[in-house]
Design a protein around this ligand. Sequence first.
Ligand code: B12
Ligand code: SF4
Ligand code: SF4
Length: 378
Amino acid sequence: MNNLVAQIKEAARSLGFEVAGITSVEPLARDDAAFRHWRESGFAAGMEYMTRRTELHAHPKSLVPWAASLITLAINYYATAPDFDHENRYGRVARYAWGLDYHDAVKPRLHALAAQIEKMAGRKIHARSFVDAVPLLERAAAARAGIGFFGKNTNLLQPQRGSWFFLAEILVDLELPADDREIKISCGSCRRCLDACPTDAFAGPYELDSRRCISYLTIENKGAIPHELREGIGEWIFGCDVCQDVCPFNRFSSDTAWPELRPEAGVGHRLDLVEVLSIATDEEFRARFKGTPLTRPKRRGLLRNAAVVAANVGCVEAVPVLIERINHDPEPLIRSHSLWAVARLDAEKAAPLINRLLRDADPQVREECLLIVGRETN
Ligand code: B12
Ligand code: SF4
Ligand code: SF4
């Protein structure tokens, strides 16, 4: 079996998975308690998939009853890019989303690895592969397999490579000897990530309140961005990397070997705000972002973000297109955030719009007007 494990790890490496580890399918008991506390504190925000089947996340075997071992894999997505400068025109994209959607890129290689494992095992095997989007504490499983250690920013870090990697898993019905050797390194007295977070999203070390996290607010959140957090979003139009950018373990990252994950394959590190705000239909949106992670918040979510960032970076060139959105967009979410942006960018142009929209048919737009007026009269 040890020989089989060595062969599996070698096959994983040649398929592009930089690190592979094996863990048992025993419950992740310590992490289950942390997960419960996180949920009960409301830190899952509106992510219903994180609170729906809570009994599954710490119990790999409950995902598939025949599972005997969990193979966990790391995929480096780091890529260098020119330093970001908003130039009063651009929104910033988190690094994990620069290339094509990692779910699509990783899945075929997981299947290829599972097929090779079957050959190496010399018998038919049951195997199920996952990447993200599954009720499993992926970082906790990977930590137990020795792939990395938890940073205070809650990301999993590899001592030599940092945290710019995705995780994926294969559950198999083979009894493989588990690595189960947790890395002893820790953050020590460092707390750079906790102090650098623009929206103060850490409730403490190792504990993230998603309700305040820019990554949540710009990707998973389906509704309005709370007024008090809009400025804190700064230049981030999709996701956020601040708590990783400041991490000293990330100094030694090297470029990904996955062409699909490179910036040239997808949208790259920045988006033109005027261009994004000009996308008037869902069809246009799909054509522009198909195959990239940016489809996740849909047109309504991405244009909501673009409006907030336009105001934050002083993108006055966006005022005409924002007014176009306010007057003609079918999505109240986009109209209300565009109104907020125009009020920040050009108060003179905003005043007559607000007077008219105080009587708008949509309650979200009326509410936005009241909030803006409230801010101005305070
Ligand atoms: C929900 C989710 C989010 C949410 C919530 C994040 C969070 N911290 O929980 C939001 C939308 C905010 C988010 C953001 C991001 N995400 Co996300 N997300 C997930 C998802 C689907 C579930 C995470 C989860 O279970 N959270 C529950 C909480 C309780 O778990 P936790 O935060 O990991 O907390 C653990 C530790 O704190 C530990 N712990 C508690 N106390 C203590 C004390 C000590 C001393 C120690 C050592 C540990 C410890 O126990 C907890 C349970 O294991 C996973 C995929 C998956 N299925 O696992 C991806 C995942 C975690 N995300 C990922 C990525 C890439 C991101 C972003 C970097 C994207 C971006 N740039 O915008 C950011 C990073 C933000 C951050 N600082 O975490 C990767 C992370 C890879 C890595 N190297 O860690 C994952 C694993 C997806 C993947 N398959 O690659 N994400
Ligand atoms: S991703 Fe950004 S907003 Fe979220 S915890 Fe990290 S620094 Fe804070
Ligand atoms: S910035 Fe410091 S505290 Fe935060 S994860 Fe990195 S080493 Fe740990």
